[in-house]
Design a binder for this molecule. Structure first.
Ligand code: ATP
Ligand code: MG
Length: 1081
């Protein structure tokens, strides 16, 4: 269920001043203060919202708050600016009534902030969608742009609006925003050239210098240093809490969103830069021959840069600062300007340039944000205009006069509209209306704006009058014409009352505004009203090669020279205020009255006197009184009945009939006097706040009683529910417990039964086992007895056969078994297959001896055969040779063992392959069996000469080792024997058949490292040849060798190793050669 709350709930002080009781200025201020101290900055006077500036950010503008106030009745929630915005938006959307939101208050009271809050609230609650969001964004982003160019820091407000702004937001029938139109009112342009102490020029200058990139500044020919520019006040250039650089970025971004083109932004910045440059142009006097002074530009650099920026020809502008051309009736008169006039011209140009730029910006924004459709639309206007302004030291000038005039008009419209609205409501509701006295400021408005003798009219008259016109002549005029006006005061007034008033200087006049007395200094009034820009300057500007500048000075176009004076500033302003007022009167007004709590821009400070002053001049007390003169409180019947129905038994808890009747019954039941209430068509009106409080009090009591009742019923219900729950729980618990107990008991019985059962079964089983065992034993006994009995019988029958044959059979069987076992054992214990392996398993029984030895032999032969079978024919021949060598030399010659391991290579010289021996090879026709180098021992000295020894099947050849020349070729049949020693030497003698042809030269004594091989080969050839005898091999340490005719004995002796390790042969005498062979160590 939706919770209905009311402004009357949890109220701090009184949320609506109309309900203040008693009503006095003190109680009014107390209430404001109390609420302000509790951060309640909004208070109502009926439908008017009073807003106190908190000077700090409060957490009351969150999206949640927006949701809270959305679609709620005005008085439903505590006072808030959102309630007013919501009310205005809903009545625009649902009742098709154009709205305007009038925000008033003095400078720094929070008008601009309030206007932004209203706009952001409306943006948040109205329709959504891509297009709509774009429109919203553009409307909201127009604010930063206008604030940068139109706001400045003043002593009262760091972000003071120096122009008036009225913005119409247009909506379609659904309440979606379509676009907007902004109107601006009189920018305070004098600020461009001069700022009061402690104040700044417009924000944009500082933002540009602080925030623009170096590159941009270079292009604009600007320097970041503020002090370089005469137009920038320096004492307050930096403002606390204001980040100019960041704001510059915001502004550029906003311009982009609003739809400014990049070149437009650039042009705008160029103009801003030009204004700064203009301020730096200075003049010096130059005497002319006719005795007058003429001004000249002092340092032309700034002028040059400015002209470059704006595309103006320097000489044209320079001339415009020195001469003035006056045109009258087809005549042109050119006069020179003195230095003061040149400065005046310069400042006038700067002011015009800036203010026209500002107006152009507004027009440009309007182009972007204007509604794209011509369809009928509803309008919500938001007016944020400069606040009422008074300088205490009497420094108020033309600007303040204009500003205050505007506020005066707004106050008037406020008075008119509030009273009219109040009156209209009574008429609408059919209730009688009684008139109320209030201060009507129409008289002050008249003093200023009257067409005949109003101050503005007189100022215009004075400006247009021929002859010398000064501010003093204007004051004189005022003094004569307004002398009798009760709100006009002047020292020179004929009215003697001010003659001695020293607070009123002679060059001033004072107006009693609705908001207080303001002293205006007349100095500058005429000038500012005239707002003259010499035509030469506007023509110079028109000639600029800069599209924006050209647009801003259309009057400079020589083709459109207009000799008529342009309308004065005052006239223009009066006209635009008039239009604004007419516009506002067609709309349903909503008021926000802003109040400034202190002069220090500080939070938490509430200066009574300051607030009291504002309350007075804003006429807030009168507002309350007017509101209360009729009926203090009004409310539609439905919410009223909803709120108070508990006060009467007949309406509580439900009233079935129409709400109005319900309320009537309710009031009758409560015995409210008839004069205290009036029944309108849709609302009940309560005359006195006391009655309302009485109702509230009753409601509070009743709510307490109701709360007690609800509490009682609730507690009863709670206890009962609790009891029932406990009871239900107890049953569940008991059931569970019983089940558990029974389960436990059952498990006990079951386990006991199992035990008893197992014992019984065990006993039975054991009994059965015993019986079965007994039975088995009986059966076994019977079988045994039967077996014995059968055995006995069989034995008895077979005894006669058994004795004769059994012994031999058993013996045969046993022997068989033993032999079988022996063979199997042998099989698993076989020695290796190597023929030299001597191992052979031991025999198990003596009687197997013969078999065992025989088996060993067979096995050895078999494995030797296996071994031999692996040999190829060549290998076999080699082994045969080796075998033959062994037969010849084994145990006979000491050299033999060392030759066993050396393979018989035969051709050691590779005679067939070696080209060296090609000739030799061809000399031998047979296949060479052996080729080696041997030493032929010389008989004369026992020394050896190396010779090639070739052996073929038929002969052996000795050849020269170097030349290969054959020295001797001996047919083998001529070799009868060969002699060798028993020792380790390689000496051998080949003995030839006596009488043969070969034997002529005698035997050969040779030595070779391959002695064993040579002799074996010779022996083999002899053995295989059928035509020859076997070669005889003599092995002895002394043999004879036939050298030609002589026989020489060759004797081998053993020498000790110390005489050298080699075999040496020495000739001992003619018949003896001694070969000493070292014994091996
Ligand atoms: N509701 C608010 N919450 C927080 N701060 C606020 C609020 N209203 C105003 N202020 C503060 O007060 C300052 C002045 O407010 P604002 O600029 O709205 O005054 P103004 O009435 O428009 O003055 P002027 O007439 O000089 O333009 C703001 O800059 C802001 O710091
Ligand atoms: Mg403002």
């Amino acid at each position: 269920m939706e919770v209905k709350t009311s402004l009357l709930d949890n109220m701090i002080g009184v949320g609506d001043m109309v309900l203040l009781e008693p009503l006095s200025e003190d109680s009014f201020l107390d209430n404001l203060k109390k609420r302000f101290d509790h951060s309640e900055i909004y208070t109502y006077i009926g439908s008017v919202v009073i807003s106190m500036n908190p000077y700090r950010s409060l957490p009351i503008y969150t999206p949640e708050k927006v949701e809270e106030y959305r679609n709620r009745n005005f008085y439903e929630l505590s006072p808030h600016i959102y309630a007013l915005a919501d009310e205005a938006y809903r009545s625009l959307r649902d009742q098709d009534k154009d709205q305007c939101i009038l925000i008033t208050g003095e400078s720094g009271a929070g008008k601009t902030e309030a206007s932004k809050l209203v706009m952001s609230y409306v943006a948040a609650v109205c329709g959504k969608g891509h297009e709509v969001n774009k429109v919203k964004e553009q409307l909201l982003q127009s604010n930063p742009v206008l604030e940068a160019f139109g706001n400045a820091k003043t002593v009262r407000n760091d972000n003071s609006s120096r122009f008036g702004k009225y913005m119409d937001i247009e909506f379609d029938f659904k309440g979606d925003p379509l676009g907007g139109v902004i109107s601006n009112y009189l920018l305070e342009k004098s600020r461009v050239v001069k700022q009061p102490r402690g104040e700044r020029n417009f924000h944009v200058f500082y933002q540009l210098l602080s925030g623009a990139s170096d590159d941009t500044l270079r292009k604009l020919k600007l320097d970041r240093d503020f002090s370089k520019y005469n137009y920038l006040s320096l004492d307050s250039a930096a403002v606390n809490g204001l980040d100019d650089a960041a704001n510059f970025r915001t502004v550029r971004n906003a311009m982009q969103i609003v739809g400014f083109m990049e070149d437009e932004v650039q042009s705008v910045l160029e103009l801003v830069a030009a204004v700064l440059k203009l301020g730096n142009i200075e003049f010096k006097p130059e005497s002319r021959c006719n005795g007058t002074d003429e001004s000249r530009v002092k340092d032309k650099n700034d002028l040059k840069e400015m002209c470059e920026l704006l595309g103006i020809e320097q000489s044209v502008l320079e001339r415009a600062f020195s001469y003035r051309t006056v045109e009258a009736k087809m005549e042109k008169v050119s006069t020179t300007l003195n230095v003061a006039q040149a400065y005046y011209a310069r400042d006038a140009l700067a002011k015009n340039l800036y203010s026209r730029l500002f107006s152009w910006l507004v027009t440009r924004i309007n182009e972007s944000i204007q509604a794209q459709t011509k369809a009928r639309h509803k309008v919500m206007g938001v007016l944020d205009i400069y606040g009422f302004e008074i300088f205490e030291n009497g420094d108020n000038s033309f600007e303040q006069f204009i500003i205050n005039y505007c506020n005066e008009k707004l106050q008037q419209i406020f008075i008119e509209l509030t009273l009219r609205e109040e009156q209209e409501e009574y008429v609408r509701e059919g209730i009688e209306w009684t008139n109320i006295e209030y201060f009507n400021n129409a008289i002050i408005c008249d003093l200023i704006e009257n067409n005949q003798n109003g101050i503005l009219a007189m100022l215009d008259e004075e400006c247009l009058r021929p002859g010398t016109v000064t501010d003093e002549t204007f004051l004189d005029k005022l003094n004569t014409i307004c002398a009798d006006h009760q709100h006009f005061e002047s020292r020179l007034n004929k009215n003697s009352k001010f003659l001695n008033d020293h607070s009123l200087p002679h060059n001033c006049f004072r107006i009693q505004h609705y908001a207080g007395k303001v002293l205006y200094r007349v100095e500058g009034f005429v000038d500012k009203n005239n707002d003259l820009l010499y035509r030469d300057l506007s023509q110079a500007m028109y000639k600029a090669n800069h599209s924006l500048i050209k647009q801003l000075f259309p009057e400079g176009n020589p083709a459109k020279v207009n000799l008529k004076r342009p309308p004065t500033a005052g006239f223009q302003f009066r006209a635009s205020v008039g239009t604004l007022m007419r516009n506002l009167q067609t709309k349903n007004p909503n008021y926000i009255r802003c109040i400034k709590p202190n002069d220090k821009k500080a939070s938490h400070i509430f200066t009574d006197s300051l607030v009291c002053h504002q309350v007075r001049y804003l006429g807030l007390m009168e507002n309350v009184r007017v509101r209360r003169a009729g009926y203090a409180f009004r409310q539609p019947y439905e919410p009223c009945l909803e709120r108070y129905k508990m006060l009467c038994k007949r309406t509580w808890p439900h009233w079935k009939g129409p709400a109005r009747e319900g309320v009537e019954v309710l009031m009758a039941d409560l015995q409210i006097p008839a004069e205290e209430i009036a029944y309108g068509r849709s609302k009940i009106f309560i005359r006195n706040p006391r009655t309302l409080f009485f109702l509230e009090e009753k409601r509070k009591q009743c709510l307490q009683d109701l709360a007690t009742l609800i509490q009682k019923i609730y507690r009863g219900w709670k206890c009962r529910t609790h009891f029932l729950l406990m009871k239900k729980s107890q049953i569940v618990v008991a059931a569970w417990y019983r089940r558990y107990a029974q389960q436990k008991k059952y498990r006990n019985i079951k386990s006991a039964t199992t035990v008893v059962q197992s014992y019984t079964r065990g006993w039975q089983a054991r009994k059965l086992l015993r019986e079965l065992k007994y039975q088995k034993r009986c059966e076994e006994a019977v079988t045994t007895i039967a077996a014995f009995w059968h055995g006995t019988q069989v034995r008895r029958e077979y005894r006669k056969f058994f004795r004769a044959n059994a012994g031999k059979k058993i013996y045969d069987f046993t022997i068989q078994r033993i032999i079988q076992k022996y063979f199997l054992g042998l099989k698993s214990n076989m020695p290796s297959m190597s023929p030299i392996d001597k191992k052979w398993p031991a025999r198990p029984y003596g009687f197997l001896d013969g078999v065992h030895t025989e088996l060993r032999k067979i096995f050895h032969h078999w494995r030797c055969k296996k071994y031999r079978d692996q040999f190829t024919e060549e290998k076999k021949a080699v082994y045969e040779e080796k075998l033959e060598a062994s037969e010849i030399f084994k145990g006979k010659k000491a050299l033999y063992p060392s030759s066993v391991s050396q393979p018989f290579k035969g051709d050691y010289l590779e005679i067939s392959k070696n080209p060296k021996y090609q000739k030799l090879n061809s000399a031998v026709d047979e296949k060479v069996l052996l080729a080696d180098v041997v030493n032929k021992i010389n008989r004369a000295n026992g020394k050896g000469t190396p010779r090639i020894f070739l052996l073929t099947k038929k002969n052996f050849v000795l050849a020269d080792q170097k030349t290969g020349q054959v020295k001797a070729s001996i047919p083998l049949p001529d070799v009868t024997s060969v002699s060798v020693s028993t020792q380790k030497d390689g000496f051998f003698a080949l003995k030839l058949k006596e009488g043969s042809a070969s034997a002529v030269k005698g035997d050969f004594l040779l030595s070779s490292e391959h002695l064993i091989e040579i002799i074996t080969k010779l022996h083999r050839i002899g053995a295989t040849a059928a035509d020859r005898e076997k070669l005889k091999v003599d092995i002895s340490d002394e043999f004879l060798v036939q050298f030609k005719q002589d026989k020489v004995c060759v004797k081998f002796i053993q020498s000790s190793p110390k005489n050298g390790n080699s075999v040496s042969c020495k000739r001992k005498n003619n018949r003896l050669l001694e070969v000493s062979v070292p014994t091996s160590p």
